[in-house]
Design a protein around this ligand. Sequence first.
Ligand SMILES: Nc1ncnc2c1ncn2[C@@H]1O[C@H](COP(=O)(O)OP(=O)(O)OP(=O)(O)O)[C@@H](O)[C@H]1O
Ligand SMILES: Nc1ccn([C@@H]2O[C@H](COP(=O)(O)O)[C@@H](O)[C@H]2O)c(=O)n1
Length: 319
Amino acid sequence: MRYFFVHWKHDIPEEPSHLWYEVADDNFQNRTIEFYADGSVGFAIRGPAIDGSEDIEVGGTGNSTEGFPDLAEINSDSQFEALEVAAVDFERRWSEALASRFRMTHVFTIAIDGPAGAGKGTLARRLADHYRLNLLDTGLTYRAVAYALLQHALPLDNVSAAETAARQVDLAKLDRAVLSAHAAGEAASKVAVYPTVRRILVEKQRDFAKTPPGAVLDGRDIGTVVCPDADIKLYVTASAEVRARRRLAEIESIGGTANFTEILADIMRRDERDMGRADSPLKPAADAHLLDTSEMAIEAAFLAAMAIIDDVLAKRNKA
Ligand SMILES: Nc1ncnc2c1ncn2[C@@H]1O[C@H](COP(=O)(O)OP(=O)(O)OP(=O)(O)O)[C@@H](O)[C@H]1O
Ligand SMILES: Nc1ccn([C@@H]2O[C@H](COP(=O)(O)O)[C@@H](O)[C@H]2O)c(=O)n1
């Protein structure tokens, strides 16, 4: 494959101004993206039929039925400026095009669930940035409740104090630096078993998800309870040993010390509590895409998630 960008300099609102092409080895367009001055976008994907009759065409964009011209030929016309680009640049535009087409009619939600340390938060940040969506780490909301109780020297099983703390949680003021301590996660999983605390927090999380253009939310019950109608659901996991090693590396990278066996035991205890509780236990939603990152680096996990999302978006746009 080769990739090209063409800037078409004109003042015609009905015509696209920025065009991106993926050109196959046979020199025919495989995918085309057209961006218009008013922010709208169209795209096309070549189908199996040689005459183009099975192409997916969205927003009035089609692949040309003629071979892709030489760059020199395009650039010989002064209204065009064409250059060859890297695959990664094209893919970024492709994801943007898919996401923005979908957003035109819809508040878009990506739900990410999975056990502690699986890489949900890391993936959620990358996806929110890539698809230009809001981001909420719902674990921080449970951590904030536990933290408030600990600050007031209250026991974690004081349900009415936990409810009061939950009501006071302000999603705009969650302080990751304070709440991300390993011990806060353990405390959070203890207050997270109480249904009344969950209802209060889930309400706030749902309101957040409804804000345009939509959001990536990560947690334990996003696909099953908070956003059961999410457009995309990912269940991200990794073996307990891998997760413990990652957590240990994270602690050591900021100058802390920890013991692998203890971290592993913490992680397994937390899995058991999160998966075993009666209300909203951690489990994959029936329609979640499973992503086991045990053998994947962060970038590989991001690319795998992006491939799943883009595939879903392309199929929806075709339907
Ligand atoms: N695919 C990966 N490969 C290697 N390290 C990873 C990968 N994904 C995440 N990490 C690292 O593992 C650690 C845990 O990741 P992260 O905080 O994203 O997990 P999480 O699932 O959100 O955890 P928690 O539920 O406890 O908030 C971080 O240090 C992160 O940089
Ligand atoms: N949607 C969620 C998110 C989190 N929890 C509980 O909070 C604990 C801490 O979460 P982290 O993601 O920050 O590690 C977690 O162990 C869960 O008990 C939850 O119940 N639902």
